[in-house]
Design a protein around this ligand. Structure first.
Ligand SMILES: NC(=O)C1=CN([C@@H]2O[C@H](COP(=O)(O)OP(=O)(O)OC[C@H]3O[C@@H](n4cnc5c(N)ncnc54)[C@H](O)[C@@H]3O)[C@@H](O)[C@H]2O)C=CC1
Ligand SMILES: O=C(O)[C@@H]1CCC=N1
Length: 292
């Protein structure tokens, strides 16, 4: 394993769901973190934790079953990653609070959860990094938005950056832009998968085997994203190069335009970002209720 800031850090993930697995797998497979220094805690689902232990060589235990183990992991961790659903944040942070201290780094991946909300519950001056990764982190192709609390030192910022740069690209943005990042790249893979599902379905309807429709679609999406990246050309220009006058692409794009395709995509991205804000407000009032 290459020597880096993360190779000597103990990282505890609280909430072992889809995004934790994506990050853990990315860190382990890119050999960025020591598997035995990674800890995953879950409120339930022993099977999921056992599977992660087996597959990635990390340590894991459930909150219900092994309270002491949970406490030790959190107390010992250099970095604690909050990765539970927004509705579970209030309970989780209150449970975590007694085991956290200001020398640790807290990283949240929770949609909508503001640095201020976390700081208001913890009241311990802990450095907080708010991130919005996506599931493509699994294969080192994640896109993550990130902001830091004032308490995060240059070294702690570098640790967080190293962690997420190891599994993809990171954009450091102002915190008030993270809901927009959520609508764009946090949820974004699902929009592309949805498009791919529809393309495959159309191919099969048109007489292709599922296998052919599937592999042609996958390679088309991979090629299109890679073209934008490799050529650095504007997607609109690349689109124009595919579109022969009065040809097949033009016919398809006209149908898409007539049915508001671009507008729907724009509205969907903005709606997801608005939903992130709603979730943040919900967490904030949930936390306020649990505090009073
Ligand atoms: N799935 C995704 O693509 C992305 C998710 N996120 C954020 O990550 C968070 C988790 O999302 P997923 O992984 O999709 O959810 P998930 O439902 O797959 O996993 C969440 C896990 O947290 C556990 N949990 C709940 N309360 C807990 C507690 N107090 N202590 C320990 N574990 C607890 C649950 O048992 C569950 O297994 C959400 O807040 C979401 O906004 C962020 C970026 C992308
Ligand atoms: O759907 C969600 O709420 C989470 C946040 C971004 C991706 N998945």
């Amino acid at each position: 394993m290459a020597s880096n800031r993360l190779s000597a850090k103990k990282i505890a993930f609280v909430g072992a769901g889809s995004i934790t697995e994506a990050i853990v797998r990315g860190l382990v497979e890119q050999k960025i973190a020591r598997p035995d220094f990674l800890f995953a805690l879950n409120r339930s689902s022993r099977e999921k934790l056992d599977a992660m232990k087996r597959q990635y060589g990390i340590q894991a235990c459930t909150l219900e079953e092994e309270r002491e183990c949970y406490e030790a992991y959190i107390r010992e961790a250099d970095v604690v990653v909050m990765a539970m659903k927004p509705k579970d944040v209030g309970g989780a942070v209150h449970a975590l609070k007694p085991f956290l201290n200001a020398n640790q780094l807290l990283i949240s991946v929770v949609a909508g959860l503001s640095i201020d909300t976390v700081a208001r519950i913890l009241l311990n001056g802990m450095p907080i990094v708010r991130t919005m990764p996506n599931t493509s982190s699994t294969i080192g192709l994640g896109a993550t938005g990130m902001s830091f609390s004032q308490e995060a030192s240059a070294e702690q910022q570098a640790i967080a950056l190293e962690m997420f740069q190891a599994i993809g690209e990171v954009s450091v943005v102002a915190e008030d832009q993270l809901d927009m990042v959520t609508g764009l790249s946090g949820s974004g893979p699902a929009y592309i998968y949805y498009m791919m599902e529809a393309m495959i379905k159309a191919g099969v309807q048109g007489g292709l085997t599922f296998q052919d429709a599937h592999s042609l679609t996958v390679q088309t999406v991979l090629g299109a994203a890679s073209m934008v990246k490799a050529t650095k050309e504007d997607p609109a220009e690349l689109r124009r190069k595919v579109t022969s006058p009065n040809g097949t692409t033009q016919a398809a794009l006209e149908l898409m335009n007539d049915n508001g395709f671009a507008e729907i995509v724009e509205r969907a991205v903005l709606r997801a970002s608005e939903r992130a804000r709603e979730l943040g407000d919900m967490i904030s009032s949930d936390v306020a209720n649990k505090t009073t």
